[in-house]
Ligand binder design. Structure first.
Ligand code: ADP
Ligand code: MG
Length: 459
């Protein structure tokens, strides 16, 4: 029952909310028409009760009609009830390098919330440094700005530093690099967190009536970095809080670094005054990678791994996986893991094999227009005949092949494909697909023609 209820809740509230609040529930005894659910802290219990109490009752009742009430209680999953103090946001702001090591030290056993839910501060990832960041045309400006801020924080003109760009292009990496560099230099307190965590901490502070503490903590840092600010779109209260924190810090001469997926002016949904302030320091754009940059990144990561990866393989990957560096890195890591596990050299064939799922997802998108063009060239008919009403075999057969290939190589639906072929009906497309399949089975020369076309279109 509980597994089903959990699945429902997860679907209703989303993964993040589910993990943050609901996943920590454990089931207690049933007594008459009441079931007891346990949460590890009072704070969590109050929060879950106020936000999800009714829903939990309803879902339990739907599963087991005898159950009419849900009692929420503070208890460890593995033992008797223990009341923990409300979480202190004080612990959330990482201050200097020392705090990172100190974080796990000493909370008494009963204060430890499973999976450290309340400790929302993100430590700096030691892998994300300036040394490991590969610089190229698309990111050199952002890199230079980040370096500058790490060398001389709070310089006029560089505060705030606003980094923006698409997913997986190195924004988080650069922020961590700035943080690590500053912390290494000492005497600077750095707080890095995602905008999402900023919000959860803010909410937690409100619930535990420690907003003053939270604000003081935030306003006592030398450098505040908020990652993925676009998350705050639509979260007006949190935006408001961030705006005040932002002003207090900048006025006090502290450095702010913010990242987002768009420029301040394109972040519609953020308050105007916040957008204006975000844009008045340095705004640096990280552009999509170029082939050259992808090769440099792959070379650098391959060298660091100690596994010999042939240049051909690196080129192949840089050609195929163009969307973002994270995926490129993921593909290379898998290759390296394979090489290490099986002690086999990395070859182009092995790469295609090991990465076939990733490569498939990255296959170049073929358009229906391209298919029509190639097919008409191949059989020497006019491109307009792809959409014409002519039914002569010499025209109709290639048109069917083009429909077949459109179905195979694009994600377009049958009606969409039909429309591109002179507004034909989807049943016509369906018939074409069936007809071509059948012919390919019977006629090997024809099958070879179609396969050749497919390969040309896919490469
Ligand atoms: P974003 O925050 O922009 O979505 P990340 O900073 O998380 O992207 O980068 C995704 C992954 O790609 C990380 O592992 C990061 O180290 C790596 N990466 C991105 N750009 C570079 C680069 N120029 N050099 C080296 N690694 C990079
Ligand atoms: Mg990021």
């Amino acid at each position: 029952h509980w597994t089903r209820i959990c699945a429902r809740l997860q679907a209703e509230v989303g993964e993040v909310e589910y993990r943050t609040w609901l996943k920590q529930i454990t089931i207690g005894p049933v007594d008459g028409d009441e079931i007891t659910l346990n949460l590890p802290t009072r704070f969590l219990r109050d929060w879950v009760r106020s936000q999800y109490g009714d829903r939990l009752s309803t879902l339990w009742n739907a599963e087991i009609p005898e159950i009419r009430r849900v009692e929420l209680q503070v208890a460890r999953a593995d033992g008797p009830a223990a009341v923990s103090p409300s979480p202190s946001v004080a612990a959330d702001v990482a201050t200097g390098a020392d705090d990172r090591g100190a974080a796990p030290a000493a909370p008494a056993a009963e204060d430890r919330v499973p999976e450290n839910r309340n400790d929302l501060a993100a430590p700096l990832d030691p892998r994300f440094t300036f040394d490991t960041f590969v610089v190229g045309k698309p990111n050199e400006f952002a890199y230079a700005c980040a370096r500058r801020v790490a060398e001389r924080p709070s310089s006029p003109g560089f505060n705030p530093l606003f980094l923006y760009g698409g997913v997986g292009l190195g924004k988080t990496h650069l922020m961590h690099a700035i943080g690590s560099e500053l912390v290494r230099g000492g005497a600077v307190s750095v707080a890095y967190m995602s905008a999402e965590k900023f919000m959860y901490r803010f909410i937690a502070a409100i619930r535990s009536q420690s907003t003053m503490e939270f604000k003081e903590q935030l306003r006592s840092v030398d450098v505040l970095m908020i990652d993925d600010l676009q998350f705050l779109i639509g979260k007006d209260n949190t935006q408001e809080e961030f705006f005040h924190t932002f002003n207090a810090l900048v006025d006090a001469g502290r450095q702010i670094v913010v990242s987002a997926d768009k420029s301040p002016s394109d972040l519609s949904g953020l308050e105007d005054r916040l957008r204006t302030r975000l844009g008045c320091g340095m705004v640096a754009d990280i552009h999509a990678t170029t082939f050259e940059l992808r090769i440099s990144i792959l070379e650098s990561k391959a060298a660091a791994s100690g596994v010999a990866v042939p240049g051909k393989v690196l080129e192949f990957l840089a050609h195929k996986i163009t969307s973002n560096v994270r995926e490129l890195e993921g593909a290379l890591n898998r290759l390296i893991a394979h090489a290490n596990l099986f002690g086999r050299p990395v070859t182009l064939e092995a790469t295609q094999d090991v990465l076939h799922d990733i490569l498939k997802a990255h296959d170049r998108r073929v358009t229906i227009e391209e298919i029509q063009r190639k097919v008409s060239e191949h059989w020497n008919i006019r491109l307009t005949d792809m959409s014409s009403a002519r039914r002569a075999r010499a025209v109709a057969r290639p048109r069917q092949v083009a429909m077949y290939l459109a179905k195979q190589l694009t994600s377009r639906s049958l009606p969409e494909i039909g429309r591109k072929f002179g507004n034909r009906d989807h049943t016509t497309v369906m018939h074409a697909v069936a007809r071509v399949t059948e012919l390919m089975e019977r006629d090997t020369a024809f099958a070879e023609d179609v396969e050749l076309l497919r390969r040309m279109l896919e490469s």
